[in-house]
Each structure stands twice: as structure tokens, then as C-alpha cells.
Unconditional design. Sequence first.
Length: 633
Amino acid sequence: MIIKMCLFMNKFDSVLIKKTDFLKRITLLLFFMSLTLTAQIDKIEPPFWFAGMHNPEVQIMFYGKDIAQYQVATTNSIAITDIKKTENPNYLFVTINTEGTEATTIDFLFKKDDKVAFTQKYTLKQRRQNSAKRKGFDASDMIYLIMPDRFANGNPKNDSSKDTQEKSDRNLPGGRHGGDIEGIIKNLDYISSLGATAIWSTPLSEDNDKTFSYHTYAQSDVYKIDPRYGTNDDYKRLASELHKKDMKLVMDYVTNHWGIEHWMMKDLPTNDWIHQFENFTQTNHKRSTINDINASKIDRDICLDGWFVSTMPDLNQKNPLVLNYLKQNAIWWIEYADLDGFRVDTYNYSDPEGIAAWTKSITDEYPNFNIAGEIWMHNQAQMAYWQKDSKIGAIQNYNSNLPTVMDFTLHDALGTVFNEDDGSWDKGMLRIYDNFSNDFLYPNPNNILVFAENHDTNRINEVYKNDFKKYQMTMALIATVRGIPQLYYGSEIGMSGDKDKGDADIRQDFPGGWLGDQNNAFIKEGRTELQNKYFDFTSKLFNWRKTNEAVHFGKMTHYIPENNVYVYFRYTDKKTVMMIINNSQDRQTIKTDRFQENIKNYQNGKDILTDNSFNIASEIVIDSKSVLILELE
């Protein structure tokens, strides 16, 4: 290498230096050598870390050609506690202990034959003040779910990128349409006006698939925001702008899989970094096999180890290096971007012990942080199994450590209930009643995410064919039952979409998010009369919810539905809300003596939607297919 550098220097001798200037010659030689040698490190992950963490150890992955041939040391007082090499010589995993260390720059020395070949600097940054005490989302919040590519195009210059394969094509239903982080930031006032206090965006990290990359669940670099959405700094700025408005940012995190285009897939750190089979094997999606005492081993293994789809390699959380990589990546994003929560995709597709350890590592570092896991099951016991401190999980000595699960059984009921005029036995509002009658299974019913739809389901306005009364009943219920309500972008203006027509139909562009859109639903003047009808109702409902502690953390008492009318109460010692949902086709007169244990000495109720007052001493009249939300006085 030195000979080559000398030849290079001689070639340009007359331009660069004089032959007699030996010192300059040596200096330039050393400069070129340092460029060549340090180039052996192509990636460092995490790219930097933070001083003062609860867990003082961080495992740094150095990646480059034959990097494992070197011995590693530091010039600082920071101790190297472990060095791991794998069967792939291009990786080196170096663990350091940062306990008692303030923000600083660490010099790593890479040696060969006891001589320093090159050095690499690594930064420990200062944490935000009280970072560990950050408060996550909870039942006082309303979460607004966004698919960023379909929400708003705030910066048309980044619609396509030279670093990613798929280019913008808004004419292609399943293509990239150009929505980005800047589009979210520019419309934060709109989101806030709905009464939303948090944003959950589907993943924003790079997805370099050739097609259908807009959903971003097949990530190709989990330390980098997709350039078609913006930059890492833009994401950090989104969190900052939300916090200025007293709002929160929830990151959609994927522990189960990456994308086939992830940079590691071209050069795996270990053969078992992902689950591999002789032939492609897809998961059977039968997650009940995980806790089924009668399940066969092969069924359970294929459920957990099979790939979600052919473009999503399944990560092996049993591998300690993989698990630690995922732990650190998640904590890095919390610390770097100042996040307020995670929603974890396909939570129970991951190795159960691995995902429990991943979750605990985060909540140990941030005790008040919240994590909602996608447990897409259709049975309350199956879902409750996965919530932290579940007595059902304890039967098998299992604790997921997951604070929040998603109420998919309520979602299932909401997909049919308001089309059922017959409320007998197990139909109509009895579906809803039966759902909540099983709340005893959950360790913490208040910490359950409640929703009518999301980016993977039929839109609720499609289910109910844009019947506004049915939309009102759906949203009123979501806003007033126990748990954390989530609203899917566009429902508040009546957007619909049929999943049977493909995912693109339930993920349509928000009108007004692109220059030239004739319908701008972000502003009152730009919305149609029908859009304003939906928006005004939704905004009034959830802005009221922001102020009412009874529907945040109050107790819930419900009564067996009669004539397809469901009555329940949310209450604290100081405040009571009475909910009446009439799902029948007839106007109903409700005798109130049956509800005396909750009505107590209250005489009147004010409907928060109409501001009308009702005397509740003996009876209440409610129109067909309608809802009353009464603050008792």
C-alpha cells in the first residue's frame, strides 16, 4: 500500500510537492494511508450513544472488509467489556461500559500485530434533562394514525431519491405518492383541532423495496429515515413541534422482520441472524400455537420463525446479537428523536422470550414510557395473555412486559354491530357489552388501545356506507369507553375504503395534501358540506374528551342492553358521564330507575354534542340510531 501511495505521489510530484521536501512527502503519505485504512469501516451502529443511561453498556457494531482481523482498544478510561467476532469477518461487536462517563468522544484503536493500524472516533452525547422520566401516552390521550406517504406532501423535492429504487408515481395506487414528514408538520394545527393529543405514524425508516415501499414495514436501514419522507433531523423536528403543542409522537416499530433490501441481507453478520429454511417458508399466522398446550412443535416453530411475506426476512431474536441490536436501536430512537411511545407491529410473531426482554429493556430505561403491541387475535384471553403482568400468562410463567395491547375484539364487534338492528342474545349492542364483560382478563383495562379501524382494515365509513349516524355511534363509543382511543386519518371527513379492492383503497391520499388538489379538507373553507359535518362532530367529541377525567381513568359500569340500547357510565368521585347508544330503528324511552346506583342524586344531564339538557329523574327519550353523552349535573 505504501509503495502504491509513493507511486501516486511521484506521478503528481511536480504539482503537489518538491522532491527535496521530505517532511511534506511523509505527511501526505500518512494522510493518504489514513483515508484508505479508515475506509475499512463502512458502518457503525449505533452511530453514536448517550452518556448517563440506566444500562451503562452499549454494544457497538463495526462493519467493514475484514474488520475482525484487528484487536481493539481505547485511549480513554472507558472499559471494553466484551468483543465478539462472528463467522463473518466483516463484523466486530465491541461492548463498552460508560458508567460514570460524561458526554465525550472515544478513540477506538484498531491494532494488528500490536501496532495501531487506524483509529476511529465515537461520540457519547449528552441526554436531555430528565430524559428517563419522560411520560408516554395513556388514556388521557387520543392518537391520530397517519400513513405519511398518503397524508400530505410538504416537500415535493424529496418525492424521489437517488438512494432508493422506487420513484414517486401518484397515478399508481400502490406506488409512492410523496407524502412526508414536512406534510405532517405543516398540518399539526389541523390534527390538534380534532382533539388529538398524539400522532402514530406508520414506519418512517428507509424501505428500499422496488415496489410497494410506501407502507415502510420492510425496512432497509433502521437507523435512517427514508429520504422520501425527509431526514433524521426532520423526524426529530416533528417530535419537537408536537411537544410545543403539548402533543406526543409514537413511533411504529418492527421487531419481527426487516425488508429483503436491508443492507445486512447482502452480508449477514451471522448465518442465524434471520430464520432460514431450505425452501421459502411463510408463517402460518396461527399465533395461538404460542400458548396452546396441545400445539405441535412444527406448527409453533413455523408461526414464529416463518417469514411474514417473501420480502420480509424474519429476525431471530433468540440470537443475543440480534436481540441486543434491536434493543439499542429502539432506545437510540427514543433518546435521539425524543419519542413518547412505540406501537409495535406484529408483536407476538417475535420470539416470546426475546420480545419480552426487548420490551423490559425499554421500560427499565424509561419507566413511564408506553408501548402498544399489535396482538391481532380474536379472543380476549389470547390478547390478555400478552399484557404485562397477565395472570393468564403467569400460568405458563410468562410475562411479556408489554404495557398496552390493541383491542381487536372490540374492533371486530364494531365491524358489524351498527348494522344489526336485532339486539337479541348475541347480536347488536350485546356484542359490545360482552366484549367489556371480559375485562377481568386484562391486568390493566385502562391501558388498552381502542379503535374502529386502522391502516390494515376496512375503513369504518366503508363498513357503514357513510351512514353518519352509525359513524357518530362508533366514534362516541370509542371516545368514552375505557382505554386509549385511536382515530385513523381521514375518517373525520368521511373517507371510506374497501380492503377487498386492495390496501391502496384503504390508504387513499388525504384531499388537500398535494398542490393542485381541488378539495382541501385541511381547512373549513376547502371542505365539502358533508366533510365539515363529519369533521365538526369528530372535533367536538374529542376536544370534549380532552377535558373530561371521568372518561380518562374513571371506573366503568355498564348495563345489559335492552331493545338494542346500551347504557354505561364512566365516573370518578367528582364527575359522572352517562352514555346511551340506541342502535335500534325505533325511538326509545329509557326508564332511569334501573340505573340508580350510578345516577344517585343527579337530576339532569347535559348532552355534550347538542348542549341540550335532559331531566333524568324518571326517563329519557332518545332517537333511533343515535347517541347521548350526558354529563350529569
